[in-house]
Design a protein around this ligand. Sequence first.
Ligand code: DLL
Length: 434
Amino acid sequence: MSYYQPEIECADVETIRRVQSEKLVKQVEHVYKNVPYYRDLMDKKGVKPSDIRSIDDLHKLPFISKYDLRDSYPYGFLAVDKSEVVRIHSTSGTTGRRVIAFYTRHDIDLWEDCCTRALVAAGADKEDVVQIAYGYGLFTGGSGLNGASHKLGCMTVPMSSGNTDRQIQFMQDLGSTVLCCTPSYAAYLGESLKASGISPDDTSLKIGIFGAEPWTEEMRRNIEKSLGIRAYDIYGLTEISGPGVAFECSAQNGMHVNEDHFIAEIINPDTGEVLPEGEKGELVFTCLDKEAFPMLRYRTRDICVLTREKCSCGRTFIKMAKPMGRSDDMMIIRGVNVFPSQIETVLIQCGYEPNYRIEIDRVDNNDTLDVFVELSSEGFSDTVREITAKEKDLSNAIRNMIGIGAKVHLVPIGSIERSEGKAKRVIDKRNLHD
Ligand code: DLL
């Protein structure tokens, strides 16, 4: 079987919409019949399954939010008999109670197909040796890419995250050609290779499939250089399946949503109004094929933009820009909205490595913003005066980007904790005082 399916991935918009409409009608019937919680939401809104005849009627359906999933924890959204479920995965629960997602055999199969498309779009084939350094277990990263690598027939190296020395040893001994992990861990691996005196030319790596957290174009260039690869973005979330909801192709400028399985919308997060293509807002997904844990109009809280243009790769699936982060990650500092990714952009543009920590606090009713970033290796022998001048330059560059000043602290190399999974870069101490 080929995992590049141009008949649908490159289909005209009418065909994609027709496929989506047919599947949507059936999916709504399935959910209405089998998920009493959602049936109640529909009833309250006065919508019946018969009102949904095509994707033009999608806007009539109620949204599902993380609060609905919490209220109905753990089985409330399970739409099949428990005996049909073959696996669960779960979110990390950093922003509240965990969500448990359920999968039938069919759900796993389709999810893995989506991840396989991502590998193929990045240029992988069965000759590749795929090293998977996403965590395995409840997190979807390891299992999703593992299943995809199997399907493609690649030699799969299920490392899971961490144990960096062993990662490097296996990478060299087995000649890994594809690396799958979070971008922050990829950056750390690049740094560790350098520290071990291994040049990117000494490895066989050529492709990276990185996602699960926001990362900037500057970070992409940094990783591509340190690992000697091309780095591709991959997006997804546990509630919708896991990685592979959207994936990057050779154009490397946004991720194609697997539109034959998911409908993507952008809404105004405050009003719920659907926004036209090209406008920034909250990403909402509707699953079209899922059996066990079907989500209709699930609000991701991820902020991004959707555009449909003919891509140089030939695919016509709508593209999502790199998400700036979740609306929960947005920091409001002195009334200004700031995403950590904006600060990351400035740091890398100014020549620093992506090892940083952002601390926010409130002192005498004023918000404070402190950015800790490691000295670059050239800055190692700087005098105090030189360091102070660099901190000031960085502070000015940050002010230019986000509109407010930050106190910058250049700290010794190695003093910021490295991440093996999703990086935790922001410490908001204001919550402690509330
Ligand atoms: O992170 C699934 C995944 C695994 C995606 C491996 C890609 C690779 P969750 O743990 O449920 O699932 O977290 C989902 O992570 O709503 C986004 O906020 C963020 N996220 C995922 N991929 C990206 C990405 C996995 N490429 C949440 N860019 C999502 C930015 C991402 N943020």
